[in-house]
Write a protein that binds this ligand. Structure first.
Ligand code: PMV
Length: 316
């Protein structure tokens, strides 16, 4: 038997940037995301007579993190036979586009289906969280909220059941090189910033405001809050007491300046960034092509894509 699952990646509009428990990936704050239609991972699993074997985009891949995750699943779900895991990743890997979100969500869905288990999305979310925190949000279409919770049972994501709206994301891929500071290490350093407590407090307020903005389909407000939240997250990295760092490159800063310029021209354009130099611009479907055109004119070599709201996990 083989089972195939497809999960889309998600962009956090209220970020997860800190762990109160690194084993269970319990976050210091709740987070909120938009699932993206254009970026996804399709994963097929089948029984392997010998040992767990991983293939990503047609190549054997020996990932300790994935092997550990499969063993965690055996621990949680009961032992199961070794598996061949074949993944096609339609997300640029390792450059802050959160390919681990779609990858661990698709893997969790495929393995549990292959075992004949029919888990709820919340249960899948809890399991996938152990592989990558952001994966907990990738089971749901459109907007999802990951409740920070206080233990393994209470920390999971669910759908916001938000109204349909013409939101779009322009993804500016500054670099596809592997990131220098992984998210776990980045979060550890960020938590040493003297501003960390303030960030947690502000994040709670921003989450409430974001929920209201989403229910009102107010794209401008959604963008304003998301940009403030993301820039504050990146400030923590710069102000870390233990090894300050930045994911920004000169091109990142240049794009942020262009986004501010476009906003002054009256365009709907707000920036968000994850654990890498790429800038994602929150806008509307109607304005996305003008934003692409302006960025392309200023930076001809920049790789740009438009993403829209995507579906939750599905099985073939
Ligand atoms: O899921 P992780 O451990 O790769 O962390 C993701 C962290 C950010 O992408 C920066 C923010 C988020 O909430 O997705």
């Amino acid at each position: 038997m083989t089972t195939t699952a497809t999960a889309h990646t998600n962009i956090a509009l209220i970020k997860y940037w800190g762990k109160k428990d690194p084993i269970f990936n319990l976050p210091t704050t709740s987070s909120l995301s938009l699932t993206l239609n254009e970026f996804y991972t399709q994963t097929t699993v089948s029984v392997n007579p010998l040992a767990d074997e991983l293939m990503i985009n047609g190549q054997a891949f020996d990932s300790t993190r994935t092997h550990r995750f499969l063993d965690m699943l055996r621990d949680q779900l009961g032992d199961f036979a070794p598996l061949t895991v074949t993944s096609e990743n339609h997300v640029p890997t390792g450059a802050g586009l959160a390919s681990s979100a779609s990858a661990f969500a698709a893997l969790t869905g495929a393995v549990t289906r292959e075992l004949g288990l029919d888990l709820s999305l919340a249960e899948l979310s809890r399991l996938a969280r152990r592989g990558s925190g952001s994966a907990s949000r990738s089971f749901y279409g459109h907007f999802a909220i990951w409740h920070e919770g206080h233990d393994d049972v209470s920390s999971f994501a669910e759908s916001l059941n938000a109204p349909a709206m013409p939101i779009a994301l322009v993804v500016a891929e500054v670099s596809t090189a592997t990131k220098k500071v992984g998210s776990t290490e980045g979060m550890r350093r960020a938590a040493t910033s003297p501003d960390y407590g303030t960030w947690v407090k502000n994040s709670n307020t921003q989450l409430k405001d974001m929920l209201a903005a989403i229910q009102a389909s107010d794209l401008e407000k959604i963008g304003t809050i998301a940009e403030a939240n993301a820039l504050a997250m990146h400030d923590l990295n710069l102000t870390a007491r233990d090894a300050p760092f930045t994911y920004f490159t000169p091109e990142t800063t240049q794009i942020l300046t262009l986004v501010a310029d476009m906003r002054r021209q009256g365009l709907l354009a707000y920036a968000t960034l994850d654990a890498g130099p790429n800038v994602k611009i929150i806008t509307s479907q109607a304005q996305a092509p003008s934003i692409v055109a302006q960025l392309q004119a200023a930076l001809p070599a920049l790789h740009l894509e438009i993403a829209t709201s995507g579906a939750g996990i599905h099985y073939d």
